[in-house]
Design a protein around this ligand. Structure first.
Ligand code: AP5
Ligand code: MG
Length: 227
């Protein structure tokens, strides 16, 4: 099954994708992480996309698509995967659906107000070494500026400056939000309010997924019986 987490910057897509990945034993794929990895390694792709990410703009669809396709073709995605931050516009969604046509596609939007996401993202810190995510307001590391997992240094993401966060939110409103109507019409769209505890949001998302899987199994068995 394919789970798509939609939502504005800072809504908690990465946090929830990580928890779901552990619970469901399927990988989480964040196009943002894949792109930042290329920037860090200074590959040709990384050099091309660095400026766009720093400015809070979307990277060209073709570039994102190529890197995502390579990731999904790996063996660990055979049972399914969780997409965090993809698709970002209707063109990406359609191109993706054409290539990986799959009925079991569930879309969950995590919503959050602009004020709250600015608050969260200006206080987010990331481990430079292992990528673990912390928050100075909600989820502090045990030792100041050091990762609990690996002891690496905690840094601010280059696009977590207030002006860039606001730009990212605007890009979400203009380019990504139309996907809500697109998936709503397909009938596979659910929404939850992201303004609650991480564990509470996880419970709500997991309940939606469980229900969806059960319904899908029922439909499949009805279909097989009537065949
Ligand atoms: P991407 O990396 O996808 O960033 P984003 O969508 O802006 O979202 P974030 O990662 O900032 O937030 P999140 O929702 O994952 O929240 P998190 O869980 O970390 O994209 C970055 C850039 O890459 C884009 O701007 C674009 O340039 C490019 N890009 C990526 N994908 C692309 C695509 N498909 N097409 C084109 N370009 C693409 O949580 C945030 C903070 O809040 C953390 O500190 C966390 O600890 C805390 N937190 C989480 N949940 C809660 C809660 N419930 N209560 C309190 N705090 C919480
Ligand atoms: Mg993220």
């Amino acid at each position: 099954m394919r789970i798509i987490l939609l939502g504005p910057p800072g809504a908690g897509k990465g946090t929830q994708a990580e928890l779901l990945s552990k619970k469901l034993s399927i990988p989480k794929i964040s196009t943002g992480d894949l792109l930042r990895d290329e920037v860090e390694k200074k590959t040709n792709l990384g050099i091309k996309v660095k400026k766009k990410i720093e400015k809070g703009e979307l990277v060209d669809d073709e570039l994102v698509f190529d890197i995502l396709k390579k990731r999904i073709e790996k063996n660990d995605c055979k049972r399914g995967y969780i997409l965090d931050g993809f698709p970002r516009n209707i063109n990406q969604a359609e191109k993706f659906y054409k290539l990986f046509n799959n009925d079991q596609e569930l879309v969950i939007e995590i919503s959050l107000s602009e004020n709250e996401l600015v608050r969260r993202l200006t206080s987010r810190r990331i481990c430079k070494n292992c990528g673990a995510s912390y928050n100075l307001l909600f989820f502090r590391p045990k030792i100041k500026n050091k990762c609990d997992e690996c002891g690496g240094d905690l840094v601010r993401r280059d696009d977590d400056r207030e002006d860039v966060i606001k730009k990212r939110f605007k890009v979400y409103e203009d380019e990504t939000k139309p996907l809500i109507n697109y998936y709503y019409k397909k009938g596979n769209y659910f929404k939850i309010n992201g303004e609650a505890d991480i564990s509470e949001i996880f419970k709500r998302i997991y309940a939606i997924i469980k229900n969806y899987i059960e319904k899908f199994a029922e439909r499949k068995s009805d279909y097989l019986q009537n065949k």
